[in-house]
Write a protein of this length. Structure first.
Length: 382
């Protein structure tokens, strides 16, 4: 039923950052207060359509429509506890007593976890797992881009179980990155996140528990998703899942509901990334390192401390501005981006078990032209 990763027996942990990151220093927040980055946001927002494939009026129309639920009602990119991601939504008790605050149900943590995962898939999630919150994954401060306020942020006491969720983005749309059609695929992912987060949080409240839905706000989504068994981090900095690769959007719900934890399990991504450097080679801004992992990132937007690959958010965002549109070329070219199917599933299985064929798989990826973009028109014709 659940598409959650089962994971291998080995490598069941990963390094945890030793301090909390101030979200004000994230590149998307710096675009609202850092004078060096602010002009980039202005340029990124200045969208002009042309006759170029993927940048036509219909492509921008699709982009605006796909983002609309997130931008009008979600706000998961902008601040915490707001819009569809409100932490305080209510749900009436459905029993005969008609209380405004439902009594807690008495199912076991195992059964509640099963029900939550089933409901998450029903509401539209593609992946779901559960973990215990590590306090260092919570941002120390939030920067509210609507008001430009900067303030400490805490998860309410007791809400230390986390439901990690992912929605997959449209494959054909994403293969046209960095066009507006790919931007639409990403925007639809954000809008779907807001819908699933809101409905699943409401379901949890109906069972008598607190539910704090979060988009990109409040806490680091990648280590939460890893701890919940959804996948593994990578050279390009994103989470890679076994079924959809990096082509997912992540979000989470904090709750005081007693739940059974899942576990991290390596799916062979880090070892594969040591051989494969396709994203680093193809990134138009050289934002992805092509060398070994380090303990320090390139600038203040890096959460430096643990050994991993740090991308350069300033370089990445500069390309977004130049393109007047987001970019996901790294997702498009990644071998793990390929759609599920018998052969690709077998390749992922082998990568999880052994590194022996990694070089061959990287070469085959190039030979089969899996790293090449699709014209955006192919999306409209599909
Ligand atoms: S989004 Fe584009 S610019 Fe940014 S790291 Fe990926 S490929 Fe490079
Ligand atoms: S493109 Fe290759 S190196 Fe980059 S994240 Fe994907 S597998 Fe790793």
């Amino acid at each position: 039923m659940s598409h959650r990763q089962k994971g291998s027996k080995q490598n069941r942990s990963f390094p945890v950052v030793p301090y909390r990151f101030d979200q004000k220093n994230e590149i998307f927040k710096r675009a609202h207060w850092d004078e060096r980055i602010m002009p980039l946001l202005k340029r990124l927002s200045d969208k002009k359509y042309s006759n170029k494939d993927g940048y036509k009026r219909i492509d921008f129309g699709l982009h605006e429509a796909a983002w609309n639920l997130e931008r009008s009602f979600g706000f998961g990119n902008w601040r915490s506890n707001s819009g569809l991601y409100s932490w305080e939504g209510t749900c009436q008790d459905l029993t005969d007593q008609k209380r405004s605050v439902p009594q807690k149900t008495d199912e076991s943590p195992e059964e509640l976890s099963r029900l939550i995962k089933r409901a998450a898939l029903f509401f539209g999630a593609d992946l779901v797992g559960i973990c215990r919150l590590n306090p260092n994954w919570v941002y120390s401060h939030e920067f509210n881009v609507l008001t430009l306020d900067h303030y400490p942020i805490e998860i309410p006491q007791g809400c230390d179980n986390v439901i990690a969720l992912a929605v997959a983005m449209d494959y054909i749309g994403m293969r046209s990155s960095p066009t507006a059609v790919a931007g639409a695929a990403q925007g639809l992912g954000y809008s779907q996140m807001a819908f699933v987060a809101n409905t699943l949080a409401t379901f949890i409240r109906s069972l008598g528990y607190r539910a704090l839905p979060c988009g990109n706000d409040t806490a680091l989504s990648i280590p939460i998703a890893m701890a919940a068994g959804l996948g593994e981090w990578s050279r390009m900095g994103l989470l890679i899942t076994e079924k959809f690769g990096p082509r997912v959007r992540l979000f989470k719900i904090f709750t005081d509901m007693p739940l059974k934890q899942d576990a991290f399990g390596s799916i062979g991504v880090v070892e594969f990334c040591k051989t494969c450097k396709i994203c680093a080679t193809r990134c138009p801004s050289q934002a992805i390192p092509d060398g070994d992992m380090t303990e320090e990132g390139p600038n203040m937007s890096s959460h430096s401390s643990i050994l991993k690959w740090y991308i350069d958010g300033e370089r990445c965002y500069s390309f977004w501005a130049k393109n007047h549109m987001g970019c996901a070329i790294c997702i498009r070219v990644c071998p793990f981006n390929q759609r599920p199917g018998k052969i690709h599933d077998l390749v992922r299985f082998i990568i999880r078990k052994t590194t022996i064929l990694n070089k061959l798989f990287v070469r085959l990826h190039g030979i089969l032209k899996y790293d090449k973009p699709f014209p955006a028109q192919r999306f409209w014709d599909s």
